[in-house]
Design a protein around this ligand. Structure first.
Ligand code: CP
Length: 333
């Protein structure tokens, strides 16, 4: 494993497979590591969370450790991440001191820092996450950044393996209408991890909602190396044909970062069309339904689908706990 867990493509497919194997053992109770006994892990949240925060706190406790939860601008000082700035505005502390001080108390630092959806060219480089990694003396774990949510993606890969067994699956990741633009971290990481696992992945979205060009090149390269394939479709109904996994997520258009009202106007045409419903699920090969949660019912997915036997969203959320214990135990040893 690399020192930091920032995105799944920093690890090989074999290393990701070992994370999943270990997570399965944690879930069954066979693995009882106390890798964090006597240690603390900092969890830094710039943004809200239910699953990530709760599953990390519980996982650290179950590994024998202690979680220190901080919210910059709330329970800790406001943070500057840019190098060389004159800090005469609203930021009180620089990441350079923040992470090195935390490193004297804690054996790892988790950080959640969403895209602000204001400046695509800047945010696609994940500047806050990378400032944490640059200055830290201890491992940094990405708890969802502007571009990646690797812990979610690992829970997703574990869930596919758990529900459908090993081997290549036909996986659809579909954009869905939502009243406002959302970050791209979840779809980026899901598609990347699914490609690394060698699945046949269909990425479906309306025109104008393309993922990052460089990332798509990497996703295709990973898929090719792992024996899978990537298809990009703008036809939501066709995309569901024969799928074994349906993964729904909404995201904002990179064309409208800084102008959310334009994205809202553009996406209005897709309401009630780009939704996961019973009719589209009937086109699949008895697919399981996945979503990272939180999800807006009857917006992203109908009650009929999310409440059906094919929905695995609660198991998927549970698996965050097991994969994160596995990742923590591998990073801290
Ligand atoms: N899926 C996920 O990361 O959930 P939270 O935003 O609640 O942490």
């Amino acid at each position: 494993m690399p020192r930091d867990f920032l995105k799944t493509s920093d690890s090989s497919a074999q290393q990701l497979g070992e994370v999943i194997e270990s997570a399965i053992r944690f879930k069954s109770g066979e693995e009882k590591s106390r890798a964090l006994a006597g240690h603390s892990v900092a969890l830094v949240f710039f943004n809200p969370s239910l699953r990530t925060r709760a599953s990390m706190q519980v996982g650290i406790y179950e590994l024998g450790g202690n979680a220190v939860v901080l919210e910059p601008g709330g329970t800790s000082w406001t943070l500057e991440h840019r190098d060389g700035v004159v800090m005469d505005a609203d930021k009180t502390e620089h990441v350079a001191e923040f992470v090195r001080v935390l490193g004297r108390y804690c054996v790892a630092i988790g950080v959640r820092t969403f895209a602000a959806l204001k400046d695509w060219q800047a945010e696609r480089l994940d500047p806050i996450l990378n400032a944490f990694a640059k200055y830290s003396d201890v491992p940094i774990i990405n708890l969802e950044s502007a571009m990646h949510h690797p812990c979610q993606a690992m829970a997703d890969m574990m869930t596919i393996r758990e529900k459908l067994g090993g081997g290549k699956k036909k996986v659809l990741m579909t954009w869905a209408w939502h009243p406002k633009p959302l970050p791209m971290a979840v779809p980026n990481s899901f598609a990347l991890a699914a490609a690394q696992m060698g699945h046949d992945v269909v990425i479906a979205h309306p025109q104008g909602y393309e993922l990052d060009d460089e990332l798509v090149v990497d996703i295709r390269r990973q898929a090719s190396g792992a024996g899978g394939g990537i298809t990009i479709s703008n036809d939501i109904k066709e995309a569901f044909e024969g799928a074994e996994v349906v993964y729904a997520k909404s995201w904002g258009s990179r064309n409208f970062y800084g102008a959310p009202e334009k994205d809202v106007a553009e996406r209005a045409q897709y309401r009630s069309k780009w939704i996961v419903d019973e009719e589209k699920m009937a086109r699949t090969n008895s697919a399981i339904f996945m979503h990272c949660l939180p999800v807006r019912r009857n917006v992203i997915v109908t009650d009929g689908v999310i409440d059906s036997a094919s929905s695995v969203v609660i198991d998927e959320a549970e698996n965050r706990l097991h994969v994160q214990k596995s990742i923590l135990a591998k990073l801290i040893h």
